[in-house]
Design a protein around this ligand. Structure first.
Ligand code: GLY
Ligand code: MN
Ligand code: MN
Length: 434
């Protein structure tokens, strides 16, 4: 898969082009402790290399310069005893299917040589300070040697838009991995639904989710983004991650959590009653959000614009707010004045892939982008009523509901990758009491 990705990018290079890429480095957490390593998503996509401080050079049709060379940390028994195994260049060629690999100490010299020989350079300015400095130094050196016939590349092309566009359309292999991430996540959500009880702490549920992610093959931290486990009015804080409060009898619990599998993210939200039974007000709000979500998923068809789903969700949510007498006026007034936005707050969808908010353009030539087969997006409408909002009838205050699924756009219509977790009211209540 990674070799195929690299070849696909290579096919878009012209003769005389050189492309340079840097992977992620370790990041300090505190004092001499690092965060767990996470490879940069695009570097992973092109290499399948999970080691820190790796770099890549691709060169097309340039005599004396390898077409591809991955630069990795050298084998070092002492370092590996302390910090873990390394592939080394030979291991990289063998296990990652590279034609050439070298130690990363050789990268600067090799990049300098390749850039010297290049007509055009592919480099994403601003994404890696060290690489920017190397390119700047290299170009300055070449310009200073112009009387000797040297020349800096005339054109520097940003490779990010090309790779982002590739990443936006998922291959079958990628969908298989995304389905695995979604399945693990859906099962973890189902477990959380059946285990949550009044009197537990939010972090107990968080721990169950993360245990499930890791125990079922998720890598690194197990999660694709910090889990939101928000009981009661905490659900009205969109990116709540303290996860340390008691779960109240009669409250809802909103969980927004997804596993990361082989680098690919799931992003699922469910909201359910902690004591297994929705109150009438909770049920009313939940049903509106569910209706909005179902209508939006139905719209996930090839050719429909990305933003058309948000319009559909907004309309259903607005009508629901009117029907529940939370806002007044007609649907037309409400949509015109956007009075519903106070309670819907966020957008309805984003791309999903190696990054939870994945790369890829949302607009083409200023217009909302039409959906294509192979895209994966979330559908996640929500309604949130602040506990202190006196404009809202009392029974709704402090309720926050979001329902989020991961949808693969296919010729046959929307494929819900995360459908394994209940969301109809009866099914949710049954799962909660089971
Ligand atoms: N979990 C982040 C989001 O739903 O976008
Ligand atoms: Mn999301
Ligand atoms: Mn989410």
């Amino acid at each position: 898969m990674f070799t195929a990705n690299r070849k696909k990018f290579f096919a878009q290079m012209q003769d005389g082009d050189v492309a340079i890429f840097a992977g992620a480095s370790h990041v300090t957490r505190n004092h001499d402790v690092d965060f767990r390593f996470r490879q940069s998503s695009s570097f992973w996509y092109l290499t399948g290399c999970h080691e820190a401080d790796a770099c890549l050079i691709l060169a097309k049709g340039i005599t004396g310069i390898d077409e591809e060379c991955l630069f990795v940390l050298p084998k070092d028994p002492l370092q590996e005893t302390w910090h873990g195994r390394r592939l080394g260049p030979e291991g990289a060629e063998e296990k990652l299917d590279f034609e050439n690999a070298d130690v990363n100490d050789e990268f600067d010299g090799a990049a300098m040589e390749a850039i010297t020989a290049a007509k055009r350079l592919w480099h994403s300015v601003g994404s890696n300070d060290e690489l920017d400095a190397l390119v700047a130094e290299c170009c300055a050196t070449l310009r200073a040697k112009s009387r000797l016939g040297e020349q800096a590349p005339e054109v520097i092309v940003d490779h990010a838009p090309v790779i982002n566009a590739m990443r936006l359309i998922k291959s079958e292999d990628e969908i298989t991995l995304m389905l695995a991430a979604a399945n693990i996540s859906a099962e973890a959500h189902s477990v959380a639904m059946s285990q949550a009880q009044p009197g537990m702490r939010e972090y107990e549920i968080e721990a169950m989710l993360h245990h499930y992610f890791r125990a079922h093959g998720s890598h690194a931290d197990g999660w694709a983004y910090p889990s939101i486990v928000a009981g009661g009015e905490n659900a009205c804080i969109l990116h709540y991650t303290e996860n340390d409060q008691l779960l109240g009898d009669g409250d809802l619990l909103l969980i927004d959590a997804g596993a990361e599998y082989q680098g690919y993210a799931a992003d699922i939200t469910r909201t359910f009653p902690i004591n297994s039974k929705f109150s009438p007000a909770q049920r009313d709000v939940y049903q509106v959000v569910l209706d909005a979500q179902r209508a939006t998923i139905e719209n996930c068809q090839i050719g429909n614009s990305f933003h058309s789903g948000h319009d559909i969700a907004s309309k259903v949510l607005a009508q629901g707010l009117i029907d529940l007498k939370i806002i007044g006026g007609t649907l037309e007034d409400c949509l015109e004045e956007q009075s519903y936005k106070r309670f819907t707050i966020h957008n309805t969808s984003h791309w999903l892939g190696l990054d939870v908010h994945d790369c890829g353009e949302y607009y083409l030539d200023g217009n909302s982008r039409p959906l294509e087969a192979g895209m994966v997006m979330t559908v996640e409408p929500g309604l949130y009523f602040s506990p202190t909002d006196e404009m809202v009838p009392e029974q709704f205050r402090g309720i926050g509901v979001r329902i989020e699924d991961d949808v693969h756009i296919t010729k046959e219509g929307p494929q819900i990758l995360s459908e394994g977790v209940p969301k109809e009211i009866e099914d949710v209540e049954q799962q909660c009491s089971g």
